[in-house]
Design a binder for this molecule. Structure first.
Ligand code: GLU
Length: 475
């Protein structure tokens, strides 16, 4: 099997495009086939190098490695042109000298398709007349003559597709400036590259009968097609920027893991046939079957992406997560890199914070109080737990600090001491824990307080309590 992803470099890598790439890549990997990357850059005005780069970056981030390419469609222009001229030679195409404006007006008046008016004019002119005007250098387009009958092909998603040829216009294959059109270029390229299967968006379905006719007219082997339904936003409209981020790169920046993104996009319009949702890349490759691509559109559900991301995060090896944390903190004020060198400590930290994070950004936020010395206090937490009643807060923090002076610094010992103190002071343990949590993490929420105490160690705990006391007294 030979598959391809053929993006036009007219923008960033959109999640819909990424899903198309993923489906082709999964099938190629499953069948031990070849995955080709082809950049369709024939639209000169809209194609930009920076877009090509953004697409390559997006694919690299997702882990979609290609075996051949990137090829550029523009490199094949001579071959595309030769294909158009061959159609002309074999009388499967004709020269069109007509003025498009006039043809359009006439077609409207007669209730015909413009290309059929152009065809009539070409027939009236005759072969000899056309050859003569072409020899004189008169500019003209080359149009494919759609044969009578029906165009039928099998689509892996939609089953048998039938199009009456009367409804297909005689498409221009070569413009009057000599440039080939997209539908011809794509056929010529896919045939040249030996592509056997084309999985692409439903929005191309109206092009496919034209392309099928071109394959047949050129005597080229046609691939098997699978047209994947659109991705919709939660409101049932086609997914767009209105719904949030649509660029794959935005998700990378938000701390989404590539394996979660691949997992999530794979399940948009496809299912493994059982109720699995969390799937590793290897499991996706193993399970992928284009025959199970769904006919109906799928809805982009950001909550599900975040949920899947949390699952992938939790399943990640500690060393990898530590790598992400280092990357997030390097260069930040008060960051103590050496702490993460201690595998046991880092493992305990991850154990405590992993379950509280759904993205890498959230993971870094959770880790910050443990690896960075500079603590920023959440103002709401300060007001609620300290400044509402500063005298009590000071007393409670001081009593906790005193109870911990000679502690063994195990979770059990720390917990026993705090509970004994609460009993002695005749308050619930929470009354001591809440102001302490703000002192140690700056926040109202954190992992269990005894995990926090152990992770920070006595030196930093006493420092932070002192800093907290200063803060409260400053008001
Ligand atoms: N270049 C086309 C696009 O980006 C894809 C063509 C195809 O997959 O056949 O929409």
């Amino acid at each position: 099997m030979r598959l391809r992803f053929a993006p036009s470099p007219t923008g960033y890598l959109h999640v819909g495009g990424a899903r198309t790439a993923i489906f082709n890549w999964l099938l190629a990997r499953k069948q031990r086939g070849i995955f080709v990357l082809r950049i369709e850059d024939t639209d000169r005005d809209r194609s930009k190098d920076e877009h090509t780069q953004a697409i390559l970056d997006g694919m690299t981030w997702l882990g979609l490695d290609w075996d051949e390419g990137p090829y550029f469609q523009s490199e094949g222009v001579e071959r595309h042109r030769a294909a158009a001229l061959r159609l002309l030679e074999e009388d499967r195409a004709y020269r069109d000298f007509s003025d498009p404006e006039a043809v359009r007006a006439e077609a409207k008046e007669r209730g015909m398709h413009p290309s059929r008016v152009a065809r009539e004019k070409a027939e009236a002119l005759g072969q000899a007349g056309a050859d003569e005007r072409a020899a004189d250098g008169e500019p003209h387009a080359v149009r494919f003559r759609v044969p009578d009958g029906e165009t039928v092909f099998e689509d892996m998603v939609h089953g048998e597709m039938r199009f009456g040829n009367d409804d297909i216009d005689d498409l221009v294959v070569l413009r009057s400036d000599g440039t080939p059109v997209y539908n011809l270029a794509v056929v010529s390229d896919d045939a040249e590259m030996g592509i056997t299967h084309v999985i692409r968006g439903d929005d191309h379905l109206s092009n496919t009968p034209k392309q099928v006719l071109l394959y047949r007219a050129l005597g080229l082997a046609e691939p098997i097609f699978a047209h994947v339904p659109l991705i919709l936003g939660p409101d049932g409209k086609r997914l767009s920027k209105r719904h949030g981020a649509t660029a794959v790169g935005d998700y990378a920046e938000e701390g989404i893991l590539p394996e979660a993104m691949v997992n999530f996009l794979s399940l948009l319009g496809w299912s493994p046939g059982d109720d699995r949702e969390f799937m590793t890349i290897d499991e996706l490759i193993e399970a992928f079957d284009p025959n199970r691509i769904l006919k109906k559109s799928s809805v982009f559900d950001s909550d599900k992406l975040a949920w899947l991301n949390g699952k992938h995060l939790a399943a990640m090896a500690d060393v990898e997560l530590v790598g992400h944390l280092r990357a997030a903190f390097v260069g930040q004020g008060g960051y103590r890199d050496a702490l993460l060198d201690d595998g046991e400590w880092a493992g305990a930290l991850l154990e405590a914070i992993k379950v509280r994070a759904r993205t890498l950004d959230e993971l870094a936020d959770q880790a910050r109080p443990f690896v960075c010395d500079e603590l920023s206090y959440d103002e709401k937490a300060v007001q609620k737990n300290w400044l509402k009643d500063p005298t009590t807060a000071v007393e409670r923090l001081e009593r906790v600090a005193a109870a911990y002076r000679d502690a063994e610094w195990t979770k059990e010992d720390l917990e026993a001491r705090l509970r004994a103190l609460a009993e002695e002071m005749e308050v619930g343990a929470g009354k001591l824990i809440h102001p302490l949590r703000v002192a140690l993490t700056g926040n109202m929420a954190s992992p269990g307080i005894f995990d926090v105490l152990v992770l920070l160690g006595p030196e930093r705990v006493f420092q932070r309590i002192d800093a907290g006391l200063d803060r409260i007294r400053a008001g």
